[in-house]
Design a protein around this ligand. Sequence first.
Ligand code: ATP
Ligand code: MG
Length: 350
Amino acid sequence: MTDIAQPADDYLVKVEGLTKNFPITKGIIFQREVAAVHAVDNISFEVKSGETLGLVGESGCGKSTTARLLLKLIEPSAGKIWFEGEEISGFSRSQMRRLRSEMQMIFQDPYASLNPRQTVGQIVGAPFKIHKTEGEGKKKVQELMDRVGLNPEHYNRYPHEFSGGQRQRIGVARALALRPKLIVCDEPVSALDVSIQAQILNLLEDLQDEFKLTYVFISHDLRVVQHISDRIAVMYLGRIVEVAEATELYKNPKHPYTAALLSAVPKGHSDSSGSERIVLEGDVPSPIDPPPGCPFHPRCPKAHQVGGPDGVPENCRTEFPPLDEVDPDHIAACWYPLEQGEKLQQAAHA
Ligand SMILES: Nc1ncnc2c1ncn2[C@@H]1O[C@H](COP(=O)(O)OP(=O)(O)OP(=O)(O)O)[C@@H](O)[C@H]1O
Ligand SMILES: [Mg+2]
C-alpha cells in the first residue's frame, strides 16, 4: 500500500479513518449528549481518477453520510480527506469555495433537489453565478441541456413540467455546469422506472468518457452498481467490509455479507440462477449501539457455521476484523473469508 500521508497521484480522492457520529442529546435548556449515532465508523478508501467507485449497502449503513463527508458538506468527527493530493479535512468554508466547482453531487430525488420556482435555465445556470465564472448565458446552458438529452427550447420551463427522468437530466446538467472532476451520485436512479434508469446510467457513462469524470456511485441496488462501477465498496453499519473490482466482487465475494447481498440479486434475464438466496436473519442492528466485534456477527451465516453448537466464534464477537487483502486488489474485513464458490448455509440461527 502507498504511504497514507502522500497519496499516489492517480487518486483523485482518498479518505483515511473517516468517522461521523451524530450526537443524541437530552434536555431542553441544558442539553447533554446521551448517545451517538455511529453513522460512519473509521472508513478508508481511495477513488482513482476516471474510475467509478460503487458504494453499496442496506438503508442506514452510512452511504449518504459518506457522500456528504466527501464533499465536506458536513464535518467529520475524525479522519482525513485528500483531494488531488491536498489534505482538505481542515479546510474552512472559504477554502472549500475554491474546490466546490470541482466536486459536485447528484441526488436521488431530482424533484426535491430542484427549486420548483426556478426555470431550468436558472437552475442549470445558477452555478455560473455562484462561482462567478465566465460564459454565463443562455447559450452555454442550452448546450448543456442538449448534451444531457433535454430540449434546449425548454429553457424557460419549470421542473414540474418535466418527467422524472428528465428532471434527473436537469440535475445532471446542473452538476456538470462547472466541469467538475468528481461527481458523487447518491442513488441517482432509485426513484426512476427501470427503463428510465438505464437511460440515465448510459448518459452518466457517456459523460464520464467525454468529460473525464470520476464518480462515486451510491446505491442500495447491486444490479445498478454492477452496471456502472469499476470497483465496489460494500458498507455495513457504517463500516466498509469489502472492496474489489466489480466483476471480481460478483464472481468471488469474500465477505458473507456481500455474498448475502449478491444472492438476493436475480441473475441476468434467465431464471436459472446459480446461487441459492441467502436469507439474513434479524434486522440491521442500530447504529446507536452497534454490536461489538464484527458488527455483522449476529446475522452472519458463516460465523454461525464456523462456531457450530458453540455459537459465534469469540474473535467475531469481540474484535473488528482488519480490512485485509484476501486476494490481489481484493480486501475484506472478515475473520473467516469465503473460499471461491463456497456455499453458505441458509439460516444464521439454525
Ligand atoms: N443529521 C443526522 N442526525 C442524526 N442521525 C443521522 C443524521 N444523518 C444520518 N443519520 C443517521 O446515520 C445513519 C446513516 O445514515 P445515512 O443517511 O448515511 O444512510 P444511507 O446508507 O444513506 O441510507 P439510505 O439507503 O436509506 O439512504 C442512519 O442511522 C441515520 O439515521
Ligand atoms: Mg442515503
